[in-house]
Write a protein that binds this ligand. Structure first.
Ligand code: SF4
Length: 374
């Protein structure tokens, strides 16, 4: 696929800064004041030059957080959305994502299971809703969902059941063609999660069984079908700072921006190729979230997998940087996650509310405040 075709496919801009495969080009450096002023309005821009993303990332942390929080409050109230994530089909995936315990390429202790029955999914959704979640994400370890047939029909039935509970439905099932995307949308999927994971340049160090362009094509199909996009990445996979910024650049050059941007911290699972990677500096995570918030001001930035690796002060800094969603529940697909009561307590201590908003407006959450996936 040519660069032009890629841009047409993904809705990314056609300017030099919207490039996916080439390394950054030089543009005029802004003064610190000019830089801050250019983002201060909190309005989304497409085509943010790489150099500006780099300059933002390099701001002193207090200044970066001040700018991020200013942009955040122009678009959001101080609330955090709770999402629940259920692995509806675990393990045995054909892909070789180096971070993932569900890949069939690695020997891990994942508890593999086939597609969960509808009733089990429905009751998990009811439980999540009772706990304050307004969004329910179903993940299946597939390269792509099986074409039509019994399994896919069962997934569509489960989506209808969760939608009927009044929850915002998100799914993450691997790569989709146009027809599958349309069927999911029709069944009630509001958001489709499909992460780009890292920069185009570092991608082959993480996954070899599919390409960056494959991912972008699925995002195009999702958008075309009328679902919203949940797309982000993982930090701490041995990538460089430039790789993190290139990922943010690609995301911020999708037009429109992904409505949801999950930022995951690698969980170094034994048996995966990334199990022995070094600790990741939490301030790099905070900077990544802050820059995501500033350059994608209206997107929900989700502090996703890896919260078990973070202390509460780091999580508080992430909220200050503009994260406004977390995954709740004991498990996040196959990884551990802070318990719901602990999360509620933390938000209370920080003076943040649990969001009651859901894109599926049939019902509201009773009692109110109360991944890494593909
Ligand atoms: S991240 Fe998703 S696609 Fe990759 S191996 Fe795991 S389940 Fe499969």
């Amino acid at each position: 696929m040519t660069e032009k075709q890629q841009q047409d496919a993904t809705g990314t801009s056609s300017s030099a800064n919207g490039r996916l495969g080439s390394l950054p080009t030089q543009t005029k450096k802004l003064t610190k004041q000019e830089l801050k002023e250019s983002f201060f309005s909190g309005e989304p821009k497409i085509n943010v030059p790489f150099e500006q993303i780099e300059q933002l990332y390099a701001l002193p942390v207090p200044e970066l957080l001040h700018l991020a929080q200013t942009v955040h409050l122009k678009n959001f109230s101080p609330e955090v959305q709770f999402c629940s994530l259920l692995s509806i089909k675990t393990g045995g995936c054909k892909e070789d994502c180096s971070y993932c315990p569900q890949s069939a390429h690695y020997q891990t202790e994942v508890d593999a299971h086939q597609l969960l029955p509808l009733e089990e999914i429905r009751s998990a959704a009811q439980e999540a809703k009772a706990g304050g979640a307004t969004r329910f994400c179903m993940g299946a370890a597939w390269r792509s969902p099986p074409k039509k047939g019994k399994q896919f029909d069962q997934v569509l039935e489960s989506i209808r059941a969760v939608h009927a509970e009044g929850l915002e439905v998100c799914t993450t099932l691997g790569m989709l063609d146009e027809e599958q995307a349309e069927q999911l949308k029709e069944a009630g999927v509001y958001a489709y999660n499909h992460n780009l994971d890292t920069s185009p340049e570092y991608y082959e160090k993480v996954i070899t069984t599919r390409t960056y362009e494959d991912r972008l094509q699925t995002l195009k199909n999702v958008r075309k079908a009328g679902m919203t996009i949940c797309c982000g990445g993982i930090v701490g996979m041995g990538e460089s700072q430039t790789d993190r910024l290139r990922l943010l650049e690609v995301l911020a050059n999708l037009n429109p921006h992904p409505e949801s941007v999950p930022v995951n911290l690698l969980i170094r699972t034994p048996g995966t190729p990334f199990e022995k990677l070094s600790d990741f500096d939490p301030f790099e995570l905070v900077r990544t979230i802050a820059v995501a918030r500033i350059i994608m001001p209206k997107s929900r930035v989700r502090l996703s997998a890896g919260r078990t690796e973070m202390d509460e002060s780091t999580q508080a800094m992430c909220f200050t940087a503009g994260a406004n969603s977390v995954f709740v529940g004991e498990k996040l697909l196959t990884a551990g996650n802070p318990a719901l009561q602990k999360d509620k307590k933390l938000l209370e201590r920080l003076g943040l509310k649990v969001s009651e908003e859901s894109a599926n407006t049939k019902n509201t959450v009773p009692g109110g405040s109360g991944k890494a996936c593909h």
